[in-house]
Write a protein that binds this ligand. Structure first.
Ligand SMILES: C[S@@+](CC[C@H](N)C(=O)[O-])C[C@H]1O[C@@H](n2cnc3c(N)ncnc32)[C@H](O)[C@@H]1O
Length: 186
């Protein structure tokens, strides 16, 4: 358990905000992920929440790829599990409940997706160090942070912490109003 102060974690009870048709229109998963995810990739999604992106990612990687979707809260994972059950599956998705201070999966991933979650991570240094050990040499990390919770300064601090953990900036995609960065291993 981390000794650092716990940050606010988005509660399962308000997951409807993260999982609705308006959001699908504003943040279409296929449009956002299209430039990064290819058939056959191994993808790690940390902080998957109720799975707004998870099933689309699994469809995009297809039967030769896999999505490992991780969250701190069992309630969020239960929502993803229910979505998978409803469609009757065929999708390669592994769900994993992590600890606050450790992702705790093994693998060598092509792509790591961190959407609206990094600001909730208490020990960002340890988090990015762990991600560095999980990403392939040419793999990429996509980070999006929300406008209200995360200031420009806080976002740049995150980029600096990721830099210390061994990442360098590939791109800063523009999509109003989020703060977005794509990283790779330095
Ligand atoms: C605001 S929600 C975003 C969920 C999802 N990425 C989306 O965009 O719909 C943040 C999620 O990150 C999870 N989370 C927070 N800290 C985490 C950590 N250290 N490791 C894994 N998940 C974490 C929370 O439980 C929550 O489900």
């Amino acid at each position: 358990m981390s000794l650092l102060t716990t940050t606010h974690v988005c509660p399962t009870e308000i997951s409807i905000i993260l999982n609705n048709r308006i959001r699908r229109w504003l943040q279409n998963p296929r449009k956002i992920l299209g430039p990064y995810i290819k058939e056959g990739m191994d993808v790690l999604e940390v902080g998957c929440g109720p799975g707004f992106f998870t099933l689309d990612m699994a469809r995009m990687v297809g039967e030769n790829g896999q999505v490992v979707a991780v969250d701190l809260q069992e309630g969020m994972l239960a929502k993803v599990r229910e979505k998978i059950r409803r469609i009757g599956t065929g999708l390669n998705i592994v769900l994993h409940k992590c600890d606050e201070d450790r992702i705790g999966v093994s693998g060598n991933f092509d792509f790591v997706f961190l959407f609206y979650m990094v600001h909730e991570v208490v020990d960002k240094e340890a988090f990015f160090r762990e991600l560095e050990s999980l990403l392939k040499k040419d793999g990429q990390i996509y980070i999006a942070e929300p406008p209200l919770h995360v200031s420009k300064k806080a976002f740049e601090e995150t980029v600096m912490i990721a830099g210390k953990a061994g990442f360098t900036v590939v791109d800063r995609p523009k999509r109003f109003p989020d703060k977005i960065i794509v990283l790779k291993k330095a």
